[in-house]
Design a protein around this ligand. Structure first.
Ligand code: HGY
Ligand code: MN
Ligand code: MN
Length: 421
C-alpha cells in the first residue's frame, strides 16, 4: 500500500492511470490538448468522480472546472488547490494531471477522514494552461485572475484551425452537471503540485521542491517575407529567400543567447513555410520563439537582440521581418509566508526538500496576483517533460500529494471528527 498518513496513495496512482488513458499515445504519453473532445472527456470523468463523493461541481465562462467541499463557514473565501488537465500534443501523463488529481485526492481524504475545515476547499482544473493549441497559455488562470476574458480571444483559431469560441462553447455545453459561476471570486490562497520538469531535484536526490517563484516567459511570433520563385531557374543574386534570412538569423541567435547566459532560454518550437512547394523558393516563413529568464530586464534585452537580428538579416537579403510579442508572463515570487509554511510541512513529514525557482510557467503565476500562492515540485525522470516519456516515480507522486494534504490541513484544517462506527 502506498498510503501516507494523510492520503490514499494507491487511489491517487490509480486515478493517474485512468486519466493517462484519455488521449494515451503510443510511447506512453498523452495528447489531450485544450478544449478538444479528449479534454472534455477528462473533465467529465473528474466531474463524475466529484459528484459521486457528494462534492459540488462548477465551471466559469472560460470553462475552469471547480470541485467544492464545504467547510465550517461557507462565507469565507475558499482555499483553491489544483492545476490543469490539458496536455502538450506529445505530452506526458503527469504534467498538470498530477496536480489536479493530487488536489482531488486531498478532497477525498478529507471526506474519508471526516475532517472539517474552517472554510471550503476547492479543486480547480484550469483551462488551457499549455497554450500550444491556442496561444496564449494559462488562459483559464489569466482570465480568472483578471476577472474577464480578453475580447481578442474570441477570434482566436487553433493551430488545427478550430475556432476558440466554438471549442469553448462545446466544452461548457459538455458539462451540464457543472453549475455556472461568475469568472473570478475571492480566494484564501492557492496551492499547486507539479512535476519539476527539470533535473535539479533528481540530481540532488530530493523528493520535494518548495517553489519560491517562477521565471519570466515571453512568446514571439516572427514572420519573414520575401518573394517566391522557381527553385531551379532563379540565380542567387535574384533571390529574396526568407528561409535563408531566418536560418542565418537563428544561427546567430543560437550562438549568442543561451551560450552567453546560462539563465537564458531560447526555443523555436514551430515553423511554417509558404507556399510550401518542394520546388518553389518560399515567400513567407513564420516561426514561434519562446524566451525565458528570471530577470525582466534580461528578457527585454533578449527581445531587442532577436528583433534586431531578424531585421538585419532581412535587410541583407531584401526581405521584410516582423516580430510580435504574443505572450508575456513577468517573473513572479511567491509570498515567503507560504513558502516557509510549505517547507515547515515538508519538515514535519520528514520529506527532504529545497527551495527553488520554476523554469516552467504555471497557473500559480496568475493566481499569485490575487491570492497568496505556492507550489510543490516533485522530480521527474531525467527532468524530461513535454515529452511522452515523462515519468514520475510512484513514491514521488504520493509524497507530493501528502505534502499538499498536510499544507491544506495546516492552512484550513479545524477538526477531525472520528468517523461514525
Ligand atoms: O511552457 C511552460 O512553461 C508550461 O509547462 N506550460
Ligand atoms: Mn503544466
Ligand atoms: Mn506543460
Amino acid at each position: 500500500m502506498m498510503n501516507g498518513a494523510a492520503i490514499n496513495g494507491d487511489r491517487l496512482l490509480a486515478n493517474l492511470k485512468r486519466f493517462a488513458d484519455i488521449g494515451a499515445t503510443p510511447k506512453g504519453g498523452v495528447n489531450r490538448q485544450a478544449l478538444t473532445a479528449l479534454d472534455r472527456e477528462a473533465r467529465k470523468l473528474l466531474a463524475e468522480m466529484a459528484l459521486r463523493r457528494g462534492f459540488t461541481v462548477f465551471q466559469d465562462e472560460i470553462a475552469n472546472l471547480f470541485i467544492r467541499r464545504e467547510g465550517r463557514n461557507p462565507d469565507l473565501p475558499p482555499l483553491l488547490i489544483g492545476s490543469h488537465l490539458d496536455s502538450q500534443p506529445s505530452g506526458g501523463k503527469f504534467d498538470g494531471a498530477l496536480g489536479t488529481l493530487s488536489a482531488f485526492e486531498v478532497l477525498e481524504t478529507l471526506e474519508d477522514q471526516g475532517i472539517e475545515t474552517e472554510r471550503a476547499v476547492e479543486v480547480v482544473a484550469f483551462t488551457n494552461e499549455e497554450g500550444c493549441r491556442f496561444a496564449p497559455g494559462c488562459m483559464g488562470s489569466m482570465a480568472f485572475s483578471a476577472g474577464e476574458i480578453p475580447a481578442s480571444w474570441q477570434d482566436l483559431r487553433a493551430v488545427d484551425g478550430a475556432p476558440f469560441a466554438g471549442e469553448l462553447a462545446a466544452t461548457l455545453a459538455g458539462l451540464p452537471e457543472a453549475a455556472m459561476r461568475p469568472l473570478g471570486f475571492p480566494l484564501y490562497g492557492y496551492l499547486e503540485v507539479h512535476i519539476e520538469q527539470g533535473r535539479l531535484l533528481e540530481s540532488e536526490d530530493l523528493p520535494i521542491g518548495v517553489v519560491t517563484g517562477i521565471q519570466g516567459t515571453r512568446w514571439l511570433d516572427v514572420e519573414m517575407t520575401g518573394q517566391t520563385a522557381h527553385a531551379g531557374t532563379t540565380l542567387l543574386k535574384f533571390r529574396r529567400d526568407p528561409m535563408r534570412a531566418v536560418t542565418q538569423a537563428l544561427a546567430d541567435l543560437y550562438q549568442r543567447i543561451m551560450p552567453g547566459d546560462d539563465q537564458a532560454r531560447f526555443t523555436v518550437g514551430r515553423m511554417s513555410l509558404q507556399p510550401g512547394a518542394v520546388n518553389a523558393i518560399p515567400d513567407n516563413v513564420r516561426l514561434t520563439i519562446d524566451i525565458r529568464h528570471p530577470d525582466t530586464s534580461a528578457l527585454d534585452a533578449m527581445e531587442q537582440v532577436i528583433g534586431d537580428m531578424f531585421a538585419r538579416h532581412a535587410m541583407a537579403l531584401d526581405c521584410e521581418a516582423s516580430v510580435t510579442r504574443i505572450f508575456d508572463m513577468p517573473p513572479a515570487a511567491f509570498p515567503s509566508s507560504m513558502v516557509e509554511r510549505l517547507a515547515a510541512c515538508a519538515d514535519r513529514l520528514q520529506l527532504p526538500s529545497r527551495r527553488m525557482l520554476s523554469g516552467a510557467f504555471h497557473d500559480a503565476l496568475f493566481m499569485n496576483r490575487i491570492a497568496p500562492s505556492a507550489m510543490i515540485f516533485v522530480p521527474c525522470r531525467e527532468g524530461l517533460s513535454h515529452n511522452e516519456l515523462e515519468h514520475v516515480e510512484p513514491h514521488h507522486s504520493v509524497a507530493g500529494c501528502e505534502l499538499l494534504a498536510a499544507a491544506v490541513r495546516d492552512l484550513v484544517g479545524v477538526s477531525q471528527d472520528m468517523p461514525a462506527h
